[in-house]
Design a protein around this ligand. Structure first.
Ligand SMILES: Cc1cc2nc3c(=O)[nH]c(=O)nc-3n(C[C@H](O)[C@H](O)[C@H](O)COP(=O)(O)O)c2cc1C
Ligand SMILES: Nc1ncnc2c1ncn2[C@@H]1O[C@H](COP(=O)(O)OP(=O)(O)O)[C@@H](O)[C@H]1O
Length: 241
């Protein structure tokens, strides 16, 4: 597994507009990971089952760090008695990077859409035995949201996964991933996809996807439209709780 190169990192990732195979979509219930994110790193990451990841029939999306948008449906959280409901959560290693600005938006039905950075792979620093998807929402949450349904839109690739000489070095790189994701999403092409994909981020849009195709408008922006059953290079990932 490669170590992090010593060359400076690019401040922004991906082209001006998402290109095929993006956007990739994955939806699933927030499940328990290995319990290291908040405790060891100070960077909580929501895990959802990775099995539904499907890019035009292939499941082998390259391991690495990606950025996109995500939303949460809290209605699927199992109600429990007393104090078990939603333990306090800490994002102390990245709290200073949280900005409650226009990158956090609401859908028509009032659901919050978060800028998001995620890791897909084996977390080489921890040598995980299984492949997982670790999703960090760029916001502060008072409590855990295990059982919520997370709808994810993956829009671009940032870098490969690396091994690190120390946990501090891993945290510092994730902090830079957060900055890169924010800059990368804060571009017209990526803000536009958030609008085009609003139905998906609102928890719906399972069936209509088969008929949606993306094209470019006159300014080169990504737009969606009904195209009579063509999928045309769009990755569709389905994972329902
Ligand atoms: C943006 C981001 C980048 C990451 N990059 C790496 C990496 O390069 N190498 C690595 O071993 N783990 C990486 N991780 C994964 C963390 O190690 C992982 O979130 C941590 O092990 C917590 O896992 P847990 O939530 O399953 O307990 C990254 C996580 C995020 C959110
Ligand atoms: N900003 C955030 N992004 C992702 N998850 C968060 C965030 N803030 C709180 N959480 C909660 O923290 C949980 C992850 O905590 P973590 O310590 O990484 O444990 P594990 O991944 O092992 O479940 C998520 O499932 C979610 O409920």
């Amino acid at each position: 597994m490669p170590q992090k190169p010593s060359t400076p990192r690019d401040p922004i990732a991906g082209p001006q507009h998402p290109e095929s195979p993006y956007p990739l979509r994955l939806r699933g219930p927030v499940i328990k990971g290995f319990g290291r994110g908040s405790k060891d790193l100070g960077i909580p990451t929501a895990n959802i089952p990775i099995e539904g990841l499907d890019i035009n029939g292939h499941t082998d999306l390259e391991s690495g760090i990606y950025y996109g948008w995500a939303s949460l449906d809290y209605s699927t959280i199992e109600k429990k008695e007393g104090s078990e409901q939603g333990k306090e959560s800490s994002n102390h290693a990245v709290a200073d990077l949280v900005e409650e600005d226009e990158l956090i938006s609401k859908t028509m039905s009032g659901r919050t859409v978060y800028p998001t950075v995620l890791s897909i792979g084996y977390n080489p620093y921890f040598s995980n035995p299984t492949r997982s998807i670790e999703i960090h929402l760029l916001s502060t949450f008072a409590r855990d949201f295990y059982g919520a349904t997370l709808s994810l839109l993956i829009l671009g690739y940032i870098r490969p996964e690396y091994d690190y000489v120390s946990m501090d070095a891993l945290v510092e790189d994730i902090r830079e991933d957060i900055r890169v994701a924010r800059r990368s999403l804060d571009r017209d092409g990526y803000l536009r996809v958030r609008e085009v994909e609003e139905a998906w981020l609102d928890g719906g849009d399972e069936e209509r996807r088969e008929g949606v195709r993306f094209g470019r408008d006159e300014r080169g922006g990504l737009v969606g439209g009904e195209m009579g059953g063509q999928v045309d290079g769009i990755g569709v990932a389905r994972m329902m709780p």
